[in-house]
Each structure stands twice: as structure tokens, then as C-alpha cells.
Design a protein around this ligand. Sequence first.
Ligand SMILES: Cc1cc2nc3c(=O)[nH]c(=O)nc-3n(C[C@H](O)[C@H](O)[C@H](O)COP(=O)(O)OP(=O)(O)OC[C@H]3O[C@@H](n4cnc5c(N)ncnc54)[C@H](O)[C@@H]3O)c2cc1C
Length: 379
Amino acid sequence: MRVAVLGAGYAGLVLAQRLERRLPAAVDIVVVDESPTHLVQHEVHRVIRRPSVADAITLPLDDALDRAEIVTERVEHVDAEAGLAELADGTELDYDFGAVCLGSETNFYDLPGVEEHGLPLKRVRHAEAIRTRFLDVCEAGGTVVVGGAGLSGVQTAGELAALAGERDATDRVDVVLLEQFDSVAPNFPENFQQAVHDELEARGVEIRTDTPVQRADADSIELAAGAQPYDLFVWTGGIRGADAMGGERPVVRNDLRLTESTFVVGDAARAVDADGEAVPASASAAIREAGAAARNMAELVTHELDGDGADFAPRLKPYRFEVPGWIVSVGDGAVAQVGPTVVTGAAAKAMKTTVGAGYLSSVKAVEKAAELVEEELDA
Ligand SMILES: Cc1cc2nc3c(=O)[nH]c(=O)nc-3n(C[C@H](O)[C@H](O)[C@H](O)COP(=O)(O)OP(=O)(O)OC[C@H]3O[C@@H](n4cnc5c(N)ncnc54)[C@H](O)[C@@H]3O)c2cc1C
């Protein structure tokens, strides 16, 4: 029997590690990712200011997995009904049970000029490209516009403002954060939004809410209120599904399955949990979904191996979305929401470091965890 995990980000790596522990040795586990390394994506904005963080947040899959076969190849298409993945080298990988964990792509919403001129931020190379261009802006002076004030946009604007400060360029560099909704970090609780807003403002970020981007050309962005000139444009305005899933983020059942044998986990799906709540695309959710998917997948595999037949299906556990809170960094500051309480300052910063390092330790990357703590303490 073969179990395939497509994508080894938070969802895929955590799922694959749990399957290695739960599934009998006779079951083959195949993990496919286009990259040989796992990326701790929720820290990738740090690389804009601290290129050395890249090393602490990339983890060779070989080190993280024990017995799974690792295939470094791009997944071109998934046929979830047939249980088949087509890979870029022409291989067809069929599986008895599979999980699509391919994450998401940046969504440019077909806004004219935005994909052409806006730099995305998902991978280390994106952060490095933003840094290179931003250092030029710091030299010459100018405006950097970040489009979209979700988790990634807020943290990117914070890093850019902090980097301008480190380059003594605060007087000649404007960091402008645009958001189409009426608050930064839309979808999050109001006290969290307010604290994030205050942290950004304290670092000199100009926040423009209720300001959807309409189009962009080489040096300005069209807004309802007129043109916003820019020297660097970073686009963190939203996500869409993986190309291998036709660009869609399909809605999965609350047991995280799309079909009888294919799960979709993490950003790749739109999950609605056991209470009917929409699960936000986030690292926190992807990790927790992976735990639930591993339990359910193991249940199905055991059922099949035991030859229990088709007369009754195993009862799978619905996924319930529960996170203790949210933490974002804003330059050298941070905002943490724990239950109803919002914390900022040194306590929030310590929490942020602990969460990143704790995650790395949980995926067996203890040295990387230590490296990340060191990088954060240096910041
Ligand atoms: C700058 C930034 C800051 C963020 N901050 C936070 C935060 O503070 N808190 C939080 O909870 N979330 C945060 N997020 C969101 C979080 O990173 C994502 O929600 C999370 O990465 C989703 O996990 P995933 O496993 O679904 O996908 P990913 O982590 O994106 O993993 C997808 C994997 O699939 C692989 N892959 C993709 N396509 C293919 C293909 N066609 N073939 C083969 N392999 C493929 C990729 O290489 C990758 O390894 C942030 C995101 C960004 C960009």
C-alpha cells in the first residue's frame, strides 16, 4: 500500500512525520516537494532584514524524515478522484491514500499590472529580491508600498520600516501599507487589530485602510483616491489555490477529505471545522489540521489493511479549529493575542521567538531552533 503526501510545508511535513510513527512499516510513504528543504514560511519576512535567518528557517527534508521516500519534483496535476499525481518529470504517482499539502500561491486577482510590478513574498528568494530592491530605495530615497495588510503584509511593512531605520534612511524612505478593508489584520479580533495598527504607526508605517488597489504600472498604483507613486511595490494581497489544483482551494469535509482517499490539508484547502467555522489560512491551522489528518488517514489505512471490507466505513474524527492565539512581529516589536488578551513589547517578542523555535523543535530541528533564537536575540 502506498500513502502519498504532496507538499512538505507545515501541513505536509507534520503529516508525514506523524504517518511515519503511526503507519505499519509495510506501508510505503512517499513525500513529494519541488524543494528539497522545508521552509518555516511564517518567518520568511525576517530574511528581508536579516538574510542569515534564511539558514535557520530552511530544513533539509532528509534530516526531518526517517523512512518516507522523498521525491524532489514539482506536482503538475492531482486527480483526487483517481488517487493520482502527475509530476513534472512525467511520472504518474498513484496512491491508495494521499494528502494534498501544496500550500497556496499569491493571488493577484487579475488586477492589471499588479502581477507584473508587485513582488510577492512566499519563498526565501522573494525576500532576498525585496531586500535588494529596498536597499536601493534606502540609498536613493523613495516610497515602498506594501499591498495587503494580512499577516504577511503587516510583518513585511514592519521589517521594511525597521531596515530603513538601520540604514539611517527613515527620513528619506516612506513605507506605505494599503488595505482594502477597514483595518489592518482584517479577520482578527479588534483589540489585536488596534495593537498591530499602533505598533506599525509607532515605527513610521503609513497605513491606508479602505484603499483597494485597482491597477499598477511601472511607477504608480491606481487607487480610488488617485495615484500612489512607488519605487518598490510588494504584493501580499491574498492567496489562491495551487496550480496543480487548478488554482482552486477546494472546500473539504470536516474530516479534511476531498474524496474517499484524498485529503487536502493546510492553505491548499478551505476547511470548515466541526463547528462550521471557516479555518483561516495560517501556519497554526496547517499544523493542527495535519495532526487531525494523520489520525484519520491512519484509521483508513488500518481499516483497509485489516480487510474490514466495504460494508462499513471507519468513523473519522471531525477537525475542530482551536488555536491558543496569534502572534505577529512588527519590526523589533511584536503583538500577541492570547485568548481575549493582547500583549505587546518584550513579552510578545519572547512569545514569537518561542513559537518559531518550538515549531522547529517539534519537527526535530533542534539545532535550527537554537539558530533561530540566536538570530532573534540579535535582532
Ligand atoms: C511573510 C509571511 C508571514 C506569515 N506569518 C504567519 C504568522 O505569523 N502566523 C501564521 O500562522 N501564518 C503565517 N503565515 C502563513 C503561513 O506561512 C501559511 O499559512 C502556511 O505556510 C501554510 O502551510 P502549508 O503547509 O499549507 O503550505 P506551505 O507552508 O506553503 O507549504 C507548501 C509546500 O508545498 C510545496 N509545493 C508547492 N507547490 C508545489 C508543487 N506544485 N509541487 C511540489 N511541491 C510544491 C512547497 O515547496 C512547500 O514546501 C505567513 C505567511 C507569509 C508569506
